[in-house]
Design a binder for this molecule. Structure first.
Ligand SMILES: Cc1cc2nc3c(=O)[nH]c(=O)nc-3n(C[C@H](O)[C@H](O)[C@H](O)COP(=O)(O)OP(=O)(O)OC[C@H]3O[C@@H](n4cnc5c(N)ncnc54)[C@H](O)[C@@H]3O)c2cc1C
Length: 93
C-alpha cells in the first residue's frame, strides 16, 4: 500500500505533496481499519478512494504540454503560462 510521493501523489505543477501525503495516509488507515472490521481486503477499498485524487492529478498533465509549447513558440509566453498552470492546479485542490 503506497502513500504520498511514492504513490505518485506529488502535484506536478506546484511541487506540493504534503497535503496529498497526509490525505492518502488517512485513506490508507481508514481502508485497513474497515478491512479488519469486515474481514475483507483493504487494497480494493484504498484504490477506489484514491482514484478521484489520481484523476485530479492526471488532469494537470496537459499543462506540461502547454508550457512546453509556449516555451518553444516564444519563451516570453512562459511566465503567464506557468502562472495560469499554477493557479489552475490550486483551484482543483
Ligand atoms: C525542496 C522541497 C520543497 C518542498 N516544498 C513543499 C511545500 O511547500 N509544500 C508541500 O506540500 N510539499 C512540498 N514539497 C514536497 C513534500 O516535501 C513531499 O511531497 C512530502 O514530503 C512527501 O511526503 P512522503 O511522506 O510521501 O515522503 P517523504 O517525506 O520523502 O518521506 C519518506 C521517508 O522515507 C524514508 N525512507 C526512504 N527509504 C527508506 C527505507 N528503505 N527505509 C526506511 N525509511 C526510508 C526517507 O528518509 C523519508 O524520511 C517539497 C519538496 C522539496 C524537495
Amino acid at each position: 500500500m503506497l502513500v504520498g510521493d511514492v504513490a505518485g501523489l506529488l502535484m506536478p505543477v506546484t511541487g506540493e505533496g504534503i497535503g496529498n501525503g497526509m490525505l492518502s495516509s488517512i485513506l490508507a488507515t481508514e481502508s485497513i481499519n474497515q478491512a479488519l472490521q469486515l474481514d475483507t481486503l483493504a487494497m480494493p477499498r484504498y484504490s477506489s478512494k484514491l482514484t478521484p485524487l489520481i484523476e485530479k492529478i492526471r488532469a494537470t498533465f496537459p499543462w506540461f504540454k502547454r508550457i512546453e509549447e509556449a516555451a518553444k513558440n516564444n519563451p516570453r509566453n512562459l511566465p503567464p503560462t506557468v502562472r495560469d498552470a499554477y493557479l489552475d492546479t490550486l483551484q482543483n485542490f
